[in-house]
Design a protein around this ligand. Structure first.
Ligand code: 7TS
Length: 433
């Protein structure tokens, strides 16, 4: 990396590299027999041995369906499943156990609110205020709800550096706004949005707030009571837990008033041939056999994260992000998306005019062992606004190291040299030149 100068790293802010030993998959080789550098954590993270053991422990010793039997295994599984709910409750600071609904993931959580709350509450002309940086799973369910109810969607635009334009937010928030549904951290830009301010302003305007915490729950401490947020959605698989489980938090009064979304077993109190009465919370929103083992695995993931501390995880990621940002911003022709590292969590996305994101991802994987995501990351409208079809995204987590970031930069530089005409790389000028 002879042409790149990197800023000093505060090594005291880094987590010990020894925690990598907890993640068996990190010693795999990929591509052309390269040690794996896993930088696709915003899509899904890896799991530590503690989570893997919790999962296999259930299957080996205690598995049965929950809330159904009075036999020993069903009681044990039920107890573990409900203990996981308590862990989630404490993790996000919810006041009540039954405000935690296990879903299949963030997408399912948002769809539940759109279907249940949206269909019951939205009237023609009511507005739902979203942002242009939303993931498709916080856009499409509202487009569908708008089509069903006649509600109108509004979108907060961006500032030039990829943050929410809060002046525009103030203008778009009106007495017609019934819900503000916004992402806490952008999965493409990494931007940390001012959720506290958004919630306070929305409530003052009489609107409810749904926060898509898919990219914040794994990386930043959260306290739903302090935030006074109405609905919160996140996924287990982005925070060291298994896929197939997510969380919908909702304030008790709201969830109580909402009709159930999915119908079936477990969500009922009583069923006749022509009608039913719904079960109490949270069962009302957990129709069918729930994600038993994934939820228990998520509980183990929360234990692991809490042992390390979300604050320490964020400090670690900030060092990696600063390092990556400083180095990548020196590569001529490479356009870094989103704000300065101080306003983002641990991810860096970029576009390069003459090289498609897939080329980066392919070469980084094959020749450097670096797993990144290339594409639109389920934020097509955001990419269209940025004037690009695709970007390359490196997203970090607690087990990533500064040396791995150096490997990424080395790989990106190699790709630009491979695909770009010779003589196009800028040699960084010394300060006295
Ligand atoms: N919201 C945000 C902000 C996300 O980043 C994602 C997934 C979702 C919602 C949906 O979560 P799911 O668990 O229901 O799928 N984001 C990504 C990503 O950035 N790359 O792959 C999945």
């Amino acid at each position: 990396m002879s042409t790149i100068e990197t800023a000093a790293v505060d090594r005291t802010a880094l987590l010990p590299a020894s925690l990598r030993d907890d993640f068996p998959i990190l010693s795999e080789q990929v591509g052309d027999r390269q040690p794996l550098v896993f930088f696709d954590n915003a899509a899904s993270t890896q799991r530590p041995r503690q989570v893997i053991d919790a999962i296999s422990g259930v299957y080996e010793r205690t598995y049965a369906n929950v809330h159904r039997g009075i036999h020993t295994l069903s009681e044990l599984s039920t107890e573990q499943y409900e203990r996981a709910r308590t862990k989630v409750q404490q993790f996000i600071g919810a006041a009540r156990f039954h405000e935690i609904v296990f879903t299949q993931g963030t997408t399912a959580s948002i769809n539940t609110v759109a279907r249940s709350w949206g269909d019951a509450r939205l009237r023609p002309g009511d507005e739902v205020l979203l942002s242009v940086m939303e993931h498709h799973s916080n856009l499409v369910p509202w487009q569908q709800a708008a089509a069903r109810t006649g509600a109108v969607l509004q979108h907060v635009p961006l500032t030039g550096d990829g943050r929410l334009d809060m002046d525009a937010f103030d203008r778009l928030l009106t007495e017609r706004t019934k819900l503000v549904a916004v992402v806490a951290v952008s999965n493409t830009l990494g931007t940390i949005n001012p959720i506290v301010e958004i919630i306070a302003k929305a409530h003052a305007a009489g609107a409810l707030v749904l926060v898509d915490a898919a990219q914040s729950a794994p990386h930043l401490p959260i306290d739903v009571q302090a935030l006074d947020v109405d609905f919160l959605a996140f996924s287990g698989h982005k925070m060291l837990g298994p896929s197939g489980v997510g969380v919908l938090y909702g304030k008790e009064t709201l969830l109580e008033a909402m009709p159930p979304f999915l119908g079936g077993g477990s969500m009922i109190n009583e069923v006749r041939l022509d009608r039913f009465t719904p079960a109490a919370l949270p069962a009302k929103f957990e129709a069918g056999t729930p994600p038993i083992v994934p939820a228990i695995g998520l509980g183990a993931a929360i234990d692991y994260l809490e042992d390390i501390g979300l604050g320490a995880i964020h400090r670690h990621e900030l060092q990696l992000t600063r390092h990556a940002y400083a180095a990548l911003s020196q590569i001529e022709g490479l356009r870094l998306l989103g704000p300065a590292p101080e306003h983002r969590t641990g991810l860096v996305s970029f576009a390069f005019e003459r090289i498609h994101a897939h080329e980066f991802a392919q070469v980084l994987n094959d020749q450097f062992g670096v797993a990144v995501r290339a594409g639109h990351h389920c934020t097509q409208p955001l990419h269209a606004l940025l004037g690009i079809a695709a970007s390359t995204r490196a997203s970090f987590y607690l087990y990533n190291t500064i040396e791995e970031v150096d490997r990424l930069v080395e790989g990106v530089l190699a790709v630009t040299r491979m695909f770009a005409p010779k003589g196009r790389q800028r040699k960084r000028r010394k300060p006295d030149e």
